[in-house]
Write a protein of this length. Structure first.
Lengths: 277, 181
């Protein structure tokens, strides 16, 4: 397009587009969308920070690079989701304010991600369960809110690499020898109890489905996830986490390990509020 | 004196009007290097989407290679600095409406990547869908140094989000490749 056919520049910054699209939703879909974005962003944010705890001390050099790169991806995904959330809420807070200026109990990540880094088997078990759950959730996003649909299309391209990496590690630890297999089994059993908390029902779930923002309920996404887990774990002789009733507490009531992590990732922000890089 | 009179009457009507267009902007941005691979421009990497030019300003759509690319702000500043000489307000909009794919890298960009020691990515041809990673990652990639296909994938994850680490069995050099995405 040249100046002849476009005499004026259309102002189309991403924040304005997202604000417009959010304003077009009915109030219950809009509050459901804010809830969904907050849970997705907090999951990626906490997961990314926990992964980054391995930077410098991962088992091998290549893995140090890999887990750090995955952490960077997840923190980037969190930033993009917090930015969308900031547009939807439109309450004067930017992505950093939402990410860093909350008390630990106000975070809405799944309890699965509350656990400390642990050993390498703990990290791989937790990350594997989360990665496949995140994939099932991303596959549940419809076209009711275009800015999220577009972002999710991009996120899924990147998450494919994380999935491939984590499935490779599950296979490696399962077949690596007695020690690695025992550690993996123990880690999967420990993380398995909270694994389905990623699918904690959302208050606004029915409004999100009516608005086409979600194409299926969290319960349906969970059964898709269980099917996916089964195809990977059963051939390796590993147990699929048992089904457990979900309560709305699956994203509240965080652990001491998370409060410690929160102290770490908010330390710079609290030291100098409003500082810019 | 004559020149002053002409300029008062506006542009010479015998000459075709030459107003700033999106191709001028694209050409200007072709001199903005990627901060992490200085041998290749952001246009050659396919990071520039739609461009609009009007009396009120210039709008450039920037397509991140990866959502969390930490170089994005630096690229945004480089675009603004490069276009400042046009004297118009510049808006750089980061957009996911068209997801960046490694298929957007131009033939010139692929050649320059190779010359910089990066194996260009195999085509994924996924459009808006998901790339077939197995297909994209399995065929051996040519070593950018000696051209040998006797190469192995050492790690999908490399020093930046968009790069992987490989090794050439013939010239015994480690090298990097762009992730197909």
């Amino acid at each position: 397009m040249t100046a002849d056919s476009a005499p004026t520049v259309t102002r189309r910054d991403p924040a304005s587009i997202a604000q417009g699209a959010a304003a077009a939703l009915n109030p219950s879909a809009r509050s459901g969308l804010a809830e969904l974005l907050l849970t997705m962003a907090d999951d990626e944010f906490v997961s990314g920070f926990t992964d980054s705890e391995w930077t410098g001390i991962a088992p091998i050099l290549e893995e140090d690079v890999a887990i750090s790169s995955i952490a960077q991806d997840e923190l980037g995904h969190a930033r993009a989701l917090y930015e969308l959330l900031a547009s939807v809420l439109d309450d004067g807070r930017d992505a950093d304010a939402i990410a860093y200026d909350r008390a630990p109990e106000e975070y809405r990540h799944a309890r699965l991600l509350d656990e400390p880094r642990g050993d390498w088997a703990d990290t791989i078990a937790r990350r594997f369960l989360y990665e496949l759950a995140d994939e099932a959730r991303l596959a549940s996003i419809g076209d009711g809110f275009a800015p999220l649909t577009e972002l999710v299309a991009k996120l899924r391209r990147e998450e494919r690499y994380h999935r491939m990496h984590l499935v490779t590690w599950i296979d490696r630890l399962a077949n690596g020898g007695e020690d690695s297999r025992t550690r993996l089994e123990r880690a999967l059993a420990a993380a398995g109890a909270d694994a389905a908390t990623v699918f904690t029902p959302l208050e606004g779930e029915s409004a999100l489905m009516q608005a086409g923002i979600l194409t299926r309920s969290m319960a349906h996404a969970e059964s898709a996830w269980r099917g996916d887990l089964t195809t990977i774990l059963v051939p390796l002789g590993l147990a699929v986490p048992p089904e457990a009733p979900l309560s709305s507490a699956g994203r509240a009531e965080h652990s001491d390990a998370f409060r410690w992590l929160w102290g770490q990732f908010t330390s710079v922000r609290r030291l100098d509020p409003g500082a810019v890089w | 004196m004559i020149e002053t009179a002409l300029s008062l009457r506006g542009p010479d009507p015998r000459k075709p009007s030459r107003r700033l267009g999106d191709e001028d902007i694209r050409a200007a941005l072709d001199s903005v290097p990627d901060p992490e691979i200085p041998g290749v421009s952001i246009v050659e990497l396919g990071m520039i989407g739609e461009i609009e030019v009007g009396a009120e300003g210039i709008r450039v759509e920037l397509l991140p290679t990866f959502v969390g690319c930490p170089a994005l702000e630096m690229i945004r500043e480089s675009i603004e600095a490069r276009l400042a000489s046009y004297g118009l307000p510049v808006a750089v909009n980061v957009s996911f409406a068209t997801p960046w794919s490694s298929d957007r890298i131009s033939p010139e960009g692929r050649e320059k990547l190779r010359a910089s020691g990066f194996a260009p990515p195999p085509p994924v041809q996924a459009g808006r869908g998901l790339p077939m990673l197995d297909v994209a990652l399995e065929p051996p990639m040519a070593c950018p140094y000696c051209g040998s296909f006797q190469t192995t994938l050492e790690s999908v994850f490399g020093p930046t989000q968009c790069r992987s680490i490989r090794h050439c069995e013939d010239c015994r050099q480690p090298f990097e490749s762009f992730k197909p995405v």
